[in-house]
Design a protein around this ligand. Structure first.
Ligand code: KIV
Ligand code: ZN
Length: 525
């Protein structure tokens, strides 16, 4: 097979990303991310690990069902008959389904994790890849812990997988151990010494334990690898995976060096990452490449002077290329419905008339309270208004009083709907936020543990909206909630109620913190 100059973007935000701590998503949120990934132009979505739980099976199947005809939908499966058949049952409704099966090939993993000898592992690869190929011609095989595997054994493993029908061979740096030059030497060796290598596309999947996930991924293109397994914002096991936005922008900005193409619509990178960040409730660090608040900020006088003379002095890409356009369209009190609609389109969201109607009211309401509405405010708003789970609890009003006088504890009064019934309550706390949370918990009859509380100013300025993230845990279930409001106490109350709603949903869906398999084995790969 002649090596093409097209890089296949395989996104595993919903599998490797979602299985990492703090990145859990509910059914609706996964569908929303999958839709956004499709708009972003990824080639393959790894939608989940169907054998790990009924919840994962259902979401992979729903994503497969909603996917269009240009994208491939993939599920992960261990080398067992049940996993492979379960995976196929979930993805087969997609127009372009893929089964991704994997088995460890390093001595360490074979001996201690699999407790199998290398010859048995080779036989299993043939057997289970054949089973997968009997179901679909689109099969990927991963040699787990490839970067720490013996190179000649890897060639035999890859040959068996290709002979059994695998069309994509992934050689992951599972533990983020490889160094770029060493890694590509291994990849080059395997590609050159696997007799049937020409019949498959080679792929990499690089973890970021030493901060080299993106560097290893990019280096791999130099030796003919043409699939990159990546995630939005680099989320994933431990330190995460190579980040999609960084790999995509390196290919675009340094096209002179790589000479490669991709289908990624880079203008949708920022809205996509921002959506993920809002859904999982993890703020994007300010200094994060491509999408961080400071990625295009020029602070020092020398840099500013250079920028004014010629932007290229200190800017290797424009904010517009990654979807951070400072559009001329300013949204405020007097903006009409069409302006709001086009503004969202410029941010990468094509909203239906019904969605516009919902959002438009909320934009007007915000404009009454806040002078300048930034893109970030608009993005926070659609997350809150359009992509939230159906609510069991709804906050109506909250009021707090706090004082530094000894003996007068902060007090909160709350009015909210609990399962459709309007209720009011009041109480105390060690601080105003604590008082609000105590009252709400009391009103809904729960005592969840507060695992995380974070406040982030969405934009600059004293009238900036505060975005609060709350993580709650209760009886083995965990959920994240977010709320945005110029008053951070109100934002906190909204986030707490939102987290409670997500908790109820997680319980309904039976989505525990870590999905357990029937045999008690942990589901994470
Ligand atoms: O890190 C890894 O090796 C994986 C495989 C399942 C591809 O996630
Ligand atoms: Zn991984």
């Amino acid at each position: 097979m002649a090596i093409s100059n097209q890089v296949i973007f395989f996104d595993t935000t919903l599998r490797d990303g979602e299985q990492s701590p703090g990145c859990t998503m509910n059914f609706g949120e996964k569908l929303r991310i999958a839709h956004q990934l499709e708009l972003l132009g990824v080639d393959v979505i790894e939608a989940g690990f169907p054998a790990s739980s009924q919840g994962d099976f259902d979401s992979v199947q729903a994503i497969a069902r909603q996917a269009g005809d240009k994208i491939q939908i993939c599920g992960l499966a261990r080398c067992t008959e049940r996993d492979i058949r379960r995976c196929w049952d979930a993805v087969k409704v997609a127009k372009n389904p893929r089964i991704h099966t994997f088995l460890s090939t390093s001595e360490l993993h074979m001996k201690y994790k699999l407790r199998k000898d290398p010859e048995t592992v080779l036989k299993m690869i043939s057997e289970y890849v054949s089973l997968a190929s009997s179901l679909t011609p689109n099969v990927e095989f991963s040699c787990e812990d490839a970067s720490r595997s013996d190179r000649d054994f890897l060639c035999r493993a890859c040959e068996n997988a290709i002979q059994a029908g695998a069309t994509t061979i992934n050689l992951p740096d599972t533990v983020g151990y490889a160094q770029p030059a060493e890694y590509i030497e291994l990849l080059d060796y395997v590609i050159k010494n696997t007799p049937s290598a020409g019949k498959a596309i080679f792929s990499v999947h690089c973890h970021d334990d030493l901060g080299l996930g993106v560097a290893n991924t990019l280096a791999a293109f130099r030796v003919g690898v043409r699939q990159a397994e990546v995630t939005l914002c680099g989320i994933g096991e431990r330190a995460g995976n190579a980040s999609l936005e960084e790999v995509a922008m390196a290919l675009r900005v340094r096209k002179d060096y790589y000479g490669l193409e991709s289908g990624i619509q880079t203008e949708k990178l920022y809205p996509s990452c921002r959506l993920l960040s809002m859904i999982i409730g993890q703020p994007i660090p300010n200094n994060k490449a491509i999408i961080g608040a400071n990625a295009f900020a020029h602070e020092s006088g020398i840099h500013q002077d250079g920028m004014l003379k010629n932007r290229q002095t200190y800017e290797i890409m424009t904010p517009q290329t990654v979807g951070r356009a400072e559009s001329n369209l300013v949204i405020g009190k007097h903006s009409g419905r069409n302006a709001v609609k086009s503004k969202y389109e410029s941010l990468g969201y094509k909203l239906s008339e019904e969605q516009i109607a919902t959002v438009f009211e909320a934009v007007k309401d915000l404009a009454d309270r806040k002078k300048t509405i930034f893109d970030e405010d608009l993005l926070a708003l659609i997350q809150e208004k359009l992509y939230r789970a159906p609510d069991s609890f709804r906050l109506r009003h909250v009021s707090v009083s706090s004082s530094d006088a000894g003996g007068v504890p902060p007090t909160a009064a709350v009015l909210m709907d609990v399962d459709g019934i309007e209720k009011s309550g009041a109480g105390f706390g060690v601080g105003p936020v604590d008082a609000v949370f105590n009252v709400i918990a009391d009103m809904v009859g729960r005592e969840p543990e507060l695992k995380q509380y974070a406040v982030n100013a969405i934009t600059g300025g004293t009238d900036a909206q505060g975005e609060v993230t709350v993580r709650l845990a209760d009886k083995g279930f965990s959920a994240v909630g977010r709320g945005a409001h110029p008053d951070i106490i109100v934002a906190s109350a909204k986030a707490y109620v939102n987290a409670l709603n997500h908790l109820v949903q997680a319980e309904k869906e039976g989505r525990r913190v870590h999905a357990q398999l029937d045999d008690g084995e942990e589901a994470g790969a």
